[in-house]
Design a protein around this ligand. Structure first.
Ligand SMILES: Nc1ncnc2c1ncn2[C@@H]1O[C@H](COP(=O)(O)OP(=O)(O)OP(=O)(O)O)[C@@H](O)[C@H]1O
Ligand SMILES: [Mg+2]
Length: 441
């Protein structure tokens, strides 16, 4: 029997309809994924490559039209077919506006269903080229969200390294997504079935790190009462992510060098080395070159670790990503905490865009998470932490002396009071003489 490749996701709150659709689709050899709520559907869309989304419109909690809207934004390449028992002009308009390929009314015959599915999938095939172009500007790559050129450059490097074992070194401020990039290098590539092991070299006490990384044999040191594998052995075939690599002691560094040069590890206390195939991705937000000058980091290891370098720009240098990040976090936390989509008003969004985000994406995600909890349906400025509202851009060229700002404000109050100095003095809570002085300074 010919096996079709297409994965079809069907979403309906009515299990009978789900069963019926499943029976038909199975008989045409499609792979079926079922969801009885939008929430479930979103999880499936996130984890699976779906070729066609079939959804009902009227559903409790989150409506099918919201799902269509979401899928059109986040998965524009997936064709969509709406099946509904309540055909109304309004519904169809909403659906078509948000990019639905086809529309099928209940009750439908098996033939009508098959025709609609084929039409949706074939229209999709025809526009494959334009979709490939769209890929270039897709909103996310795995879990990495962003459409800025800076993020696109990062994604292009990931594409080049994901299927080989070249060492990758990731630089970036705290919260810029270094660990996330390391994960995508692993999970998007062909070794993704092998383990990904993340080790924070800064969090493990120096004297333990060596044994944790490379393993040890019984009797190697006090307390070593059995043989143990290290993180390297555990990551064999896959990827080890060495975070805060600048914290590794010189002893660990020389062992690491050996792993990279000889492709073998020796457990602490062992004499024999074991062969190993591991991709090493490392990261730091400290300056490794400065550590080299101070002879705290081996230069030869540095070059081994940095065959490919990825620099992740801080969020303030790619502010055009803020809106889409906010959008995705609103969706994520809206579903998680409120079982619905939470929106943000324009004013609050512009506060977020003005802020400089010293804690980068981690800080933005935390702000949205707490704002979702604090708000009902829409986030407004009142739901944002105070320090965001009064943010002064440290990188702004327009910082001015207090005197200048003061003078401008006094002039503004005077204009507002029709040049009534007594009134202005009252508002400013200074006397008229001071006003005159400050204006003529
Ligand atoms: N481009 C992005 N899209 C979506 N989420 C992101 C992005 N970048 C970072 N994040 C999220 O922000 C948080 C911080 O990311 P991550 O831990 O990878 O940063 P980091 O650079 O390793 O930070 P640190 O230096 O503090 O360890 C994570 O929850 C991550 O999922
Ligand atoms: Mg990190």
């Amino acid at each position: 029997m010919e096996l079709r490749k297409e994965n079809i996701l069907i979403v309906d709150d009515d299990v009978n309809i789900l069963e019926l659709l499943q029976r038909h689709l199975k008989s045409w050899n499609y792979h079926i994924f079922k969801a009885i709520s939008v929430k479930e559907a979103v999880t499936i869309l996130r984890d699976t490559k779906i070729d066609l989304l079939i959804t009902d419109l009227k559903m409790p909690e989150i409506d099918g039209s919201e799902l269509i809207k979401f899928a059109s934004e986040h998965y524009p390449n997936v064709p969509k077919l709406v099946v509904t028992g309540f055909p109304s002009v309004q519904d169809s308009l909403v659906a078509i506006k948000s990019g639905v390929v086809d529309y099928l009314n209940k009750p439908f015959t098996k033939t009508e269903l098959e025709a609609a599915i084929k039409k949706s999938i074939s229209q999709h095939d025809k526009s494959a080229q334009s979709q490939r172009d769209h890929l270039k500007k897709r909103e996310s790559y795995g879990e990495i969200i962003g459409t800025s050129d800076k993020i696109y450059e990062v994604i292009q490097i990931i594409e080049r390294v994901k299927d080989n074992r070249a060492t990758v070194f990731i630089k970036g401020e705290s919260g810029t997504g270094k660990e996330l990039v390391a994960r995508e290098i692993h999970y998007q590539g062909k070794f993704s079935r092998a383990p990904f092991i993340a080790v924070n070299c800064g969090a493990i006490p120096e004297n333990l790190l060596e044994a944790e990384l490379f393993g040890y044999v019984k009797g190697a040191f006090t307390g070593a009462d059995t043989n143990r594998e290290g993180f390297f052995q555990a990551a064999n075939g896959g990827t080890i992510f060495l975070d805060e690599i600048g914290n590794a002691s010189l002893a660990v560094q020389s062992r690491l060098l050996r792993v990279l040069q000889e492709k073998e590890v020796t457990k602490v206390g062992a004499t024999k080395a074991e062969k190993i195939e591991v991709r090493v991705v490392s990261a730091t937000n400290s300056d490794l070159r400065a550590l080299i000058t101070k002879q705290r980091f081996r230069e030869d290891l540095f070059y081994r670790l940095t065959v490919v370098e990825i620099g992740i720009a801080p969020l303030r240098e790619r502010k055009d990503d803020i809106e889409i990040l906010v959008d995705k976090f609103l969706f994520k936390y809206g579903i998680e905490y409120k079982d619905r989509f939470v929106k943000i008003d324009q004013e609050a969004l512009s506060v977020l865009k003005r802020y400089d985000w010293p804690g980068n994406i981690r800080e933005l995600e935390n702000v949205i998470q707490s704002a979702v909890i604090m708000s009902d349906k829409t986030i407004s400025v009142a739901h944002l932490p105070a320090h965001l509202k009064f943010n002064i851009s440290e990188h702004s060229a327009s910082l001015e002396p207090l005197k200048v700002v003061e003078k401008r404000y006094i002039e503004k109050v005077l204009r507002a009071t029709g040049n009534n100095k007594t009134k202005a003095a009252e508002i400013l809570q200074i006397d008229r003489k001071t006003i005159r002085q400050k204006l003529h300074d």
